[in-house]
Design a protein around this ligand. Sequence first.
Ligand code: PLP
Length: 390
Amino acid sequence: MMSDVKPDGRYSERLLMGPGPSNVSARVREAIARPLLGHLDPDFLSLMSEIQELLRQVFLTSNRLTLPVSGTGSAGMEAALVNFLEPDDSVLVGVHGVFGQRMAEVARRCRARVEVVEAPFGQPLDLDELRSAARKSNPRVVAVVHAETSTGVLTPLEPVRRICDETGSLLLVDAVTSLAGLPLRIDDWGLDIAYSGTQKCLSCPPGLAPLTVSQRAAERLANRKSRVQSWYLDLSMVQNYWGSERTYHHTAPISMNYALLAALQEAVEEGLEERWRRHERNHLALVAGIEAMGLRMYVQPKFRLWSLNTVTIPEGVDDERVRARLLRDFNLEIGGGLGSLKGRVWRVGLMGESSRMRNVLYFLHGLERALAAEGFHCPPGGGVQAAATS
Ligand code: PLP
């Protein structure tokens, strides 16, 4: 049996290079252990303000309505959709992976009229198709996943904004695997609603969903005809807690907010652009290594995510055995494919703290060994050499 408990009863630190969560720093881990404060304690209230200010800095926005939703990334997704869709509203969802599918499903549960533009898993959305669908249905909201974690494919957001401008639609973006790992500019790109998760490029444990809402979208929210179907995620109430009133709505997950504050401080201290560049550098090194080993990336270069790399599993190699060997012999997690990509790709995360050159080299070495056990032989050390000199 594989276990993360060492013989002395302590825990070993798994190297998390899957689709998230990523590893967290000692500073974030220590932050969680801070003594609790009450959720209306003046010290906690000022910590909330700090979090909001830092969230604005990493989202690159001046949006007033910027806060961490209590819950994982899916809570961010639900909050984004339930607050900005009313029954019978038209919404256009770009689907090219599991998380686009999930957005469409949540939108259906809002009783919206959902239209979907689909691309095969591994391919980018066809923007011409998205444009003509938008022109036809004039949707109230266009929703896309910026970084599809299930496939490793990027959706360029500026062209989607131009489509929304033609039709007067709000642009709603899933930024779960992009925030703090690859360029995301809420204000410059005119994104109306964006949500993320803490456990990816922010390198915080799962449990909060940073969310930001433009003034234009906040006005739509204020002018809704019907009540938001979810009491817990109703932003008009949640923002009374996170806004100047600081009125109790629900008990904030205090320790998670400590962790988020520390993670945001680290991101801002590193510098957002420098952090993006680090993700890019390590992604490119990984690609160089993968290709030198005679393997192939699944996604075409222009649309590859720096945070999540999909690698085609070579013919005759067993997906699960390789992942189990990496876990057992190298204490290293990578992800398998989701949906139609199950058994066809590995998903290698290089997110936040996990995006380090030493991790790239260690993974390539481990993969070479795991592949050799499968009878797939790469040039010895070739992957590591190519990554190190990329
Ligand atoms: N959206 C994307 C792009 C994701 O990658 C994920 C999780 O991996 C989610 C939404 C859902 O987030 P969570 O699993 O934290 O609820």
